[in-house]
Design a protein around this ligand. Structure first.
Ligand code: FES
Ligand code: FES
Length: 213
């Protein structure tokens, strides 16, 4: 499956288009403060020149081509955009969850070139030519991945918020061969936190998918 798309991706909007940007806000309040302090600036005057203000509002961006779940994308992306935000906010792939956004919970786990990564800590611009697999890319049509089916069979979730990351991480754990025992699975899945405490059943699900249950 390979479809060429061309999209423009920037950081997710955090304010309405008409709202002032943080830099504009700072520049504006600086002007107001300057008026008060100096007592001599007129309304509409600015401490930043027009070119400087425009440059401050233009974030560096880069063009990157990557494949996500078999679909080829070429995007222009704000250099600060994480893979997680690219997936969720621009590609509409909301399976990967934003838990801590700091590399501590594993809710955002995806595979990049066959390796597990925390997508919240991965810059999208670093992924030129990469193959990304998210939880949405594990099933074959209506046929769930064996680990997805095992999570259902073992009732290995409650709220489900951590589950996509747990499943992708479990797939990686199996591919890496770290499934020799329940203890080994726990060790190699330890980067994925479940606040509902489903760990026992998650380990059983990984064991089932490896054919040991
Ligand atoms: S959201 Fe990425 S590790 Fe928590
Ligand atoms: S099932 Fe709720 S956080 Fe894991």
């Amino acid at each position: 499956m390979s479809t060429e798309t061309s999209e423009s991706a920037t950081s997710p909007p955090t304010q309405p288009p008409s709202a002032p940007s943080r830099r504009t806000f700072i520049a504006t309040t600086s002007v107001a403060g300057g008026v008060i302090a100096a007592g001599g600036l007129t309304a509409g005057s600015s401490l930043l020149g027009a070119d400087e203000a425009a440059a401050a509002d233009t974030a560096p961006s880069s063009r990157v081509s990557l494949t996500v779940n078999g679909w080829r994308h070429t995007v222009t992306v704000d250099n600060r955009t994480s893979l997680l935000d690219l997936l969720r906010e621009h590609f509409g792939l909301t399976g990967s969850k934003k838990g801590c956004n700091a590399g501590a919970c594993g809710a955002c786990t995806v595979m990049v070139d066959g390796h597990r990564v925390n997508s919240c800590l991965t810059l999208a611009v670093r992924l030129e030519g990469a193959e990304v697999t998210t939880v949405e890319g594990l099933a074959e049509g209506d046929q769930l991945h064996p680990l997805q089916q095992a999570f259902i069979d073992q009732d290995a979730f409650q709220c489900g918020y951590c589950t996509p990351g747990q499943i992708v991480s479990g797939v990686g754990c199996i591919q890496e061969g770290h499934t020799g025992s329940a203890e080994e699975i726990r060790e190699w899945m330890s980067g994925n936190i479940c606040r509902c405490g489903c760990y026992v059943k998650i380990v059983r699900a990984v064991e089932q998918a490896t054919g040991r249950k």
